[in-house]
Design a protein around this ligand. Sequence first.
Ligand SMILES: C[S@@+](CC[C@H](N)C(=O)[O-])C[C@H]1O[C@@H](n2cnc3c(N)ncnc32)[C@H](O)[C@@H]1O
Length: 367
Amino acid sequence: MPVTESSALPRAAAARVTGRSLPERFRRQADSLERAGRSPLCVRLMHDAARNIDARGVVAELYDGVSVPAGSVPALRLLGALHYLVLAGRARALAEFYPSAGGTRPPAGVWPVADAALREHFDWVRGRVGRTVQTNEPGRAAALFSALLWLTDRYRMPIRLLEVGASAGLNLLVDRFCYLVGDRALGDPTSPVRFLEPWSPPPDIDLLDAARSLQIAERSGCDVAPLDPASPEDRLLALSYIWPDEPERMDRIRAALELAAHDPPPIAAAPADTWLPAKLADRPADVLTVVWHSVFRQYVGPDRWTELEAIYARSARASPRAPIVWLSMEPGDDHLANMQLSVRLSPREPERHLAWCGDHGPPVRWE
Ligand SMILES: C[S@@+](CC[C@H](N)C(=O)[O-])C[C@H]1O[C@@H](n2cnc3c(N)ncnc32)[C@H](O)[C@@H]1O
């Protein structure tokens, strides 16, 4: 069951979500999180925020006139804003409930304190709830890495990795993380970003051989609002979208941000349909171009998505000998299912399902 930003929008459910009221959307996300046994603090805050909207409280005022289209995950916008205030040291009483800031108080009493923080910082929070969610979850690299191994096994070519909706570009560092599988350390064994048995089962290939052969010849990405991993402000923003009571994810993103700050992959500030055509032109024939996106599709309108499909088809047609693979990790069509890792080996081929995984990556279950 998807539990985070994706939970509001499994692909085929978009139309249904649009018709739901704001409190309903908060409650659905809380229920989904709760069923998955995740973040009691966020579950509590989402339920309390839903009640607050019903009672025309401060949360209703905050969202008054704010556009929250399907897939825009309004609950995560609000929780990200609260977490940011806590991490920035601007909501000290609230921090007592946030394990990410050393807080130890149980979630049960959090709402009056959160309510007060929302009132105190009303204008700032209102700006934040109008802003697109800007998660960058390095756990999704666990899905990406397994797919790159599968592609390496299949094509035996170096890879150009192009990410659309890359945020801070953390997942472009996929081969600089370490994946512990049995007694093998794949990727970079010295990496501070480590995944223990991320695949269950793994792709049915010789993993060690594929990992040794994997070569990333180029990595780059685009985002309409890229985050700079070296900027304290942008780091805080990226941290604010992690559930505050999931310390492993907090540690993981901190380590990944640190890596990225020292050697940042280039991320262009551009929408995907503007950036991609030039990146897909003049491709070398002996390199596999992989376009990758994760939890991105729900933020792109249908017209722009159609244009992205057309760009893929045109670019592949223009130089058919230089393969382009389209790889994605997005909510599945079935809203009760998890994230789907899928691939299209050419625009003429249908999307092929590779694996299921969690919203934040592991466990990745290959078919
Ligand atoms: C939920 S985040 C996911 C980021 C990253 N892919 C991950 O999985 O951690 C979605 C990202 O898509 C970006 N975005 C939304 N629409 C876009 C577009 N048309 N072109 C490029 N980036 C876009 C947002 O700014 C945001 O950083």
